[in-house]
Design a protein around this ligand. Structure first.
Ligand SMILES: N[C@@H](CCC(=O)N[C@@H](CS)C(=O)NCC(=O)O)C(=O)O
Length: 228
């Protein structure tokens, strides 16, 4: 199996956590895609994933699977014990509901905020985003507000239960964790008073599948190109 992705980016981190949690690291070949150079918007990559985003999974028979949720479902079910996406109908339903909330309330709007209200990934990619780029800063700000509301929602939820879908770590937690990674680089911080969300983040950071395994560091060449 191959994963097209880029170390240090949030949606790729979702799949890197899943691979670690499922003990699948050794079965995967990583193919780096140059996001800052807009490689993912060129015909060669678009022919594999018309959405023009990473991660993308390519199976040995050539099947291409994009969307982190779909990739997670596939990897989690390979061993017949889908602990991250749900073993029973009820677990599946609750996990998918919470994962979609994590995506809709934090991970998706933080991506829009990053690309439209901050310099994003720089000039090469700008051309592929929106012709009226500058005018969309306002839209980006609205997305930032959505993220802040989402953080409040999850702080309240996590004051009542240890993980997003209840007692156990799941795909929903991975999605929110990656959203917070993206929030960090976008300049949106979790307010200090959101102690439940902060404690949850600490707890998730310490899990073996997450600790040092997310590729959370951008590659040195990417940091340089982004001006850090
Ligand atoms: N819905 C997709 C989102 C993937 C996504 O937005 N990936 C980012 C990297 S973290 C990307 O490829 N961004 C490039 C761009 O927006 O041009 C998923 O769940 O995998």
């Amino acid at each position: 199996m191959k994963i097209y992705d880029r170390a240090g980016f949030p949606n790729p981190a979702r799949i890197r956590i899943v691979l670690a949690a499922k003990g699948l690291d050794a079965s995967i070949e990583f193919v780096p895609v140059d996001l800052i150079g807009a490689e993912h918007k060129q015909p060669a990559y678009l022919s594999k994933n018309p959405s023009g985003v990473v991660p993308l999974l390519e199976l040995d028979d050539g099947t291409l699977i994009s969307e982190s949720t779909a990739i997670t479902e596939y990897l989690d079910n390979l061993d017949g014990n889908p602990v991250l996406t749900g073993r029973t109908p009820k677990e599946k339903a609750v996990i998918h509901m919470m994962q979609r909330r994590a995506e809709a309330y934090v991970t998706d709007p933080v991506g829009l905020y990053f690309h439209h209200a901050t310099p994003g990934l720089g000039d090469a990619l700008k051309a592929f985003k929106s012709p009226e780029w500058e005018g969309r800063v306002m839209m980006g700000e609205r997305e930032g507000e959505k993220v802040r509301n989402g953080l409040k929602y999850f702080d309240e939820l996590l004051s009542k239960q240890p993980y997003l879908a209840g007692e156990d770590f799941s795909m929903a937690d991975i999605t929110l964790f990656a959203g917070l990674m993206h929030a960090d680089v976008s300049g949106i911080t979790v307010p200090p008073e959101y102690s439940s969300l902060r404690q949850w983040r600490e707890r998730v950071s310490g899990l073996p599948s997450v600790k040092n395994r997310t590729g959370q560091n951008l590659l040195p060449e990417d940091l340089k190109r982004l001006g850090f």
